[in-house]
Design a binder for this molecule. Structure first.
Ligand SMILES: Cc1ncc(COP(=O)(O)O)c(C=O)c1O
Length: 379
């Protein structure tokens, strides 16, 4: 704990005593920090769920108890995000990565093309999968600029007959986001894995929104898909049943055995969000955390942020230090002070702090205190 100011140490010790457990300052990119209240509730349900004499993990997904959980999870998602009736809410397996493959298989009809915006690692993976099964038009490519920003809507070179336009709304690795979503004639599809439910979004502007759960809304191994029902009907007959959205929509996300535990945790997390004031409250808290961190980064030339200002992510803050040696020392010293998950992604290096909904302001305050101390000693 050396290096963390006494007040943060006190918070840490308080939590430790209250919960009889050690909670570290967790800045992991995903799987990531979950709300302590949710973990405590899940722990209490772990061995015996609600008087059932067994754990939820031992229960049939066809049971009344589980049906109530998945119904509540869907209702919470609909309430939080204001999902219109003509959209299906699906809980799928295979993470966001399987969506990269199934989106073009389902929504780009034979002989047609789709527009993709290349903003970095995750958008690039979606492009790679889409190219395997048909034509792709790259409507904008940030590679030559080093993926430092998202494009302005007017910069997109959209094709008039595209089946859809795909974006990654927040690039987890590069730490950039679309501050403003493009208006498109073709349905807009967004990978929101690393920012879902952190900002108020008008779902009706999208054909589909999807996210791997393991950052803001649950554990890994679960993907949330929100899709306009008429788009699902485009799916060619040659697509395997399991990979069709209609299959899962028709079976209430229970065509096969779903990730029951993941859906249960998602239900608890969405309840937690509703109890805190919903997405507007999440957004306010997230913007405050990010503003505090960026203001330290902007205050000294010791730190260099990577993203251009207007594209800065609110969830994944990425920066560099004067040398790679100092970056290594920063990560190692932070770990000694109880701050973990700060190493930038191996593909880009540097430092990354992921400050998702469940990361408390106290964690960001502890990080800022550590940064000031580190700069004073090494700057
Ligand atoms: C923006 C984004 N898209 C997609 C993925 C892939 O998600 P999954 O591991 O659930 O397949 C990630 C994972 O970190 C991500 O950050």
């Amino acid at each position: 704990m050396a290096g963390v100011l006494p007040v943060y140490r006190a918070i840490f010790m308080h939590l430790w005593k209250e919960r009889n457990m050690a909670r570290i300052y967790n800045f992991n990119a995903g799987p990531a920090a979950l709300p302590v209240e949710v973990l405590v509730k899940a722990q209490s349900d772990l061995v015996e769920f609600s008087g059932a004499g067994m754990s939820l993990m031992e229960m049939s997904h066809r049971s009344k108890d589980f049906q109530a959980i998945i119904d509540a999870a869907e209702a919470n998602v609909r309430e939080l995000m204001g999902v219109p009736e003509d959209y299906a809410v699906l809980f799928l397996q295979g993470g966001a990565s399987l969506q990269f493959a199934t989106i073009p298989m389902n929504l780009r009809r034979p002989g047609k093309s789709a527009d993709y915006v290349n903003t970095g690692s995750w958008a690039g993976k979606a492009v790679k999968e889409a190219k395997l099964t048909g034509d792709v038009n790259i409507a904008w490519d940030g590679k030559a600029e080093g993926f430092k920003r998202a494009p302005k809507p007017c910069e997109l070179n959209l094709s008039p007959d595209a089946e859809y336009v795909h974006i990654c709304s927040n690039e987890t690795i590069g730490g950039i986001r679309f501050a403003e979503f493009p208006k498109t004639d073709a349905p807009l599809i967004a990978d929101m894995s690393s920012e879902i439910m952190s900002r108020v979004v008008d779902v009706s502007r999208f054909g589909m929104i999807y996210a791997g759960a393991q950052k803001n809304i649950g554990p890994s191994g679960l993907a949330l898909v929100i899709i306009r029902k008429d788009l699902m009907e485009r799916c060619p007959e040659t697509v395997p049943y399991f990979l069709r959205y209609t299959t899962h929509a028709n079976e209430g996300s229970m065509y096969n055995t779903p990730n029951t535990w993941g859906i249960y945790i998602l239900k608890l997390i969405t309840e937690w969000m509703l109890g805190k004031g919903g997405i507007p409250a999440m957004q306010k808290a997230d913007e405050e955390k990010a503003a505090a961190l960026y203001s330290v980064l902007d205050s000294s030339s010791f730190w260099t942020t990577v993203a251009e200002k207007e594209s800065r992510s609110i969830m994944n803050v990425v920066w560099r230090l004067p040398s790679e040696e100092l970056e290594e020392k920063f990560v190692a010293d932070a770990k000694k002070s109880g701050l973990i998950g700060l190493k930038g992604h191996r593909s880009v290096g540097g430092i990354r702090a992921s400050i998702y909904n469940a990361v408390p302001k106290a964690s960001v305050d502890a990080l800022i205190a550590f940064m000031k101390d580190f700069e004073a000693k090494n700057g």
